[in-house]
Design a protein around this ligand. Structure first.
Ligand code: 6PG
Length: 259
């Protein structure tokens, strides 16, 4: 496919700290908008190291005491099948980075359950999503905001290159084995990611430079991160300069902003 998908915007920031600040601004603005329009804000966050500076900013002043938390529902994009207090748990990491520091009612925190059989954890999470969003089985839940990262192999969420879970067109959440560390995980599926109103993909550092180029140039074709193109939503790619270094202005399309 020549060029990037129409739904993509690209922002290049000078470093990871600037990227975290911009991500928090997008988060807070989406929260305020959606609460004004619909009375609540639904957001799903990822694991990995890249979102941690953003999460820590969310915990601090002034964001940590923002009114939006009272109306926010927090979900996870993916989870490793471990207990919540395991260092590999995405829930555990977010909890200590920001969840326990903000006035988010416990009942509005919706972790994936990493301690049951992976398939069961995935089915349980589908039920959680079904009762929150009220979506039927032939529809997909529509998050207000989904925050993603990418791996050096082009994976996003826990959707790994070549894995059959990538072609899931019916399920909302599936169990997969893979990644680094290679373990059982649960992940939202591509149709759920692509049903979101807004997505942001945070990518930082020299080690992501090559994969960013592969994804933006679609070579090799169809890497998981390339397949994020929501049917009625937008994707903001936030790249720091180190991660964006291999891209030409043409690769980034017209939506490039450098704050
Ligand atoms: C996870 C993720 C995963 C992550 C990428 C990037 O649980 O690991 O949700 O998709 O976003 O692997 O990870 P880093 O930010 O650590 O590079």
């Amino acid at each position: 496919m020549p060029g990037i998908p129409l739904q993509w915007n690209v922002v290049v920031t000078k470093d990871q700290a600037a990227m975290a600040q911009m991500a928090v601004d997008v988060f807070m603005e989406a929260a305020r908008n959606r609460i004004e329009k619909s009375g609540y804000f639904s957001v799903a966050v990822s694991g990995g190291s890249t979102p941690r500076p953003m999460h820590r900013l969310l915990a601090g002043d002034p964001y940590g005491r923002a009114r939006v938390w009272e109306k926010t529902h927090l979900f996870w994009v993916d989870e490793r099948c471990v207990p919540g207090d395991d260092p590999a748990s995405n829930y555990g990491m977010a909890r200590s980075d920001f969840v326990e520091a903000v006035p988010l009612p416990e009942i509005q925190v919706h972790p994936m359950r990493g301690t049951v059989v992976p398939d069961r954890g995935a089915t349980d999470y589908e039920k959680t999503l079904g009762s929150f969003f009220g979506a039927k089985q032939d529809e997909f839940p529509r998050f207000d905001l989904i925050c993603l990262g990418i791996g050096t192999d082009g994976h996003t969420a826990s959707l790994f290159p070549g894995h059959p879970a990538l072609d899931e067109s019916f399920r909302w959440v599936v169990a997969v084995k893979g990644g680094q560390p290679d373990m059982w995980r649960m992940t939202l599926t591509l149709p759920v990611l692509n049903a979101a109103r807004k997505l942001m993909v945070l990518v930082s550092g020299v080690k992501k430079r090559d994969v960013v180029k592969h994804v933006f140039q679609d070579d090799p074709p169809g890497l998981p991160a390339r397949r994020i193109h929501p049917s009625a939503g937008t994707v903001t790619w936030m790249l720091d300069r180190d991660a964006a270094m291999g891209l030409s202005p043409e690769d980034m399309g017209t939506g490039v902003e450098e704050p």
